[in-house]
Ligand binder design. Structure first.
Ligand code: SF4
Length: 395
């Protein structure tokens, strides 16, 4: 389950997510709309259990904890965890101004994992990005979270900001390693159209990030984290690994890479389900919070929800044929550095890419982008840097 909370205190300079900045966040209204949406969509996933709930955004840590707790209770009552498997419940968290009381309330509600949007430990870069926090608040939050019993903490790190020096990157890594989170997600700054960053670049007030500098920064982070005991398990993700540790890989994101089904609730949320007749369908809600609140605000107005290209609450609807799904599954599976086990892939998708994609595989192997064996296929070190090209070759 993915739950999108679309409100932020201010828009960051690089952000093109579906968010809104409001003087007053409609906490209760959003909760009630979300509950109506959940009730309308339960029947799309009959008899299903949820292994993960992810509150993303936007800034879901701004949501009143009581509202978040009620949403989570509703979801868990509707889609309980599979027997014997604890549900991962992740909350994305902005480091600015989180109180001890909030952390305690999230724990009591059942949140098991915090994904903290640290991005950088440099005052200067945080200000340029228009982030709403200071480096000290990242440390404070991680300390408090550990005190309140959170033992699964993920930090987001952003690289490739214009003007980021090697020394600044080394300092970001030093500070991150002091905090020693169980998980790290690494993002490269990208310039999306219609963001403040793109306007500044157009006006010559700042420069676009350099791809070469970003590739160098990526390699530095990768090698440093690996040297400190992190396993690079997915292109952008690292999890602390020691033989006696539990598995700190993100359950939620792994579902996307292993082509699991998901129900997304809230503004702009995407869903994916397989169809009994073969293939699958993907659909997404509109991006505007006002339209979302109007659509789902009153339960009595709703007719049964049937995903389709003409359903007015959706901005995207696509039906996918079985071949398009297995090609996509191959692309997603290659994002994980363990790669694809052919026997598992064939059992799941009833097709063997070693035959169906023989020419593509030969080309990628020859270019040194993938490593192929009789049992498996995975990205090479070089392939990790060109993962999008590798994936696109199969689509
Ligand atoms: S906090 Fe995240 S979602 Fe909100 S504006 Fe910044 S980048 Fe966008």
């Amino acid at each position: 389950m993915y739950v999108h909370f679309p409100f932020c205190r201010q828009r960051c300079s690089y952000c093109d997510f579906a968010i809104a900045v409001r003087p007053q966040i409609p906490h209760q209204e959003y909760l009630s709309a979300l509950r109506h949406e959940l009730a309308a969509k339960v029947s799309l996933f009959p008899e299903r259990r949820a292994v993960s709930v992810y509150f993303g955004g936007g800034t879901p840590s701004l949501w009143e904890p009581a509202c978040l707790a009620t949403a989570l209770q509703d979801i868990q009552a509707t889609f309980p965890a599979p027997l014997g498997i604890p549900m991962e419940v992740t909350l994305e968290c902005d480091p600015g101004g989180v109180s001890l009381d909030q952390l305690l309330a999230w724990r009591a509600a059942g949140v098991t994992r915090l994904s903290i949007g640290a991005q950088s430990f440099s005052h200067h870069h945080l200000t340029a990005l228009r982030r709403q926090h200071q480096p000290e608040q990242i440390m404070e939050l991680v300390d408090r979270a550990c005190q309140t019993g959170f033992d699964r903490i993920s930090l987001d790190l952003l690289i490739g900001m214009t003007g980021q020096t090697e020394e600044e990157l080394a300092e970001d890594l030093r500070q991150l390693l002091v905090l020693s989170p169980e998980h790290v997600s690494l993002y490269q700054l990208t310039v999306e159209p219609h963001t403040l960053l793109s306007v500044h670049i157009r006006r010559g007030q700042t420069q676009a990030p350099s791809p070469d500098q970003q590739a160098d920064a990526f390699q530095t982070v990768r090698h440093t984290l690996q040297a400190h005991g992190y396993r690079h398990y997915e292109i952008s993700n690292f999890a602390r690994a020691r033989p006696d540790d539990p598995d700190y890989r993100a359950v939620h994101n792994r579902l996307y890479w292993t082509h699991g089904e998901y129900l997304g609730l809230g503004v702009s949320a995407h869903s994916f389900r397989r169809l009994s007749e073969g293939g699958g369908e993907r659909f997404a809600n509109h991006r505007g919070p006002s339209a979302y609140l109007r659509t789902w605000g009153r339960a009595a107005d709703r007719r049964p929800f049937v995903p389709s290209a003409t359903e007015p609450s959706l901005s995207l609807y696509e039906q996918r044929a079985p071949e398009s799904l297995w090609r996509e599954a191959l692309w997603l599976a290659l994002r994980e550095l363990d790669g694809v086990r052919w026997s598992q892939f064939v059992a799941l998708h009833h097709v063997d890419p070693r035959q169906a994609c023989a020419a593509i595989l030969a080309r990628l192997t020859e270019r040194g982008l993938v490593i192929s064996s009789p049992d498996s296929l995975r990205l090479s070190d070089q392939g990790v840097l060109f993962a999008d090209d590798v994936g696109a070759a199969f689509l």
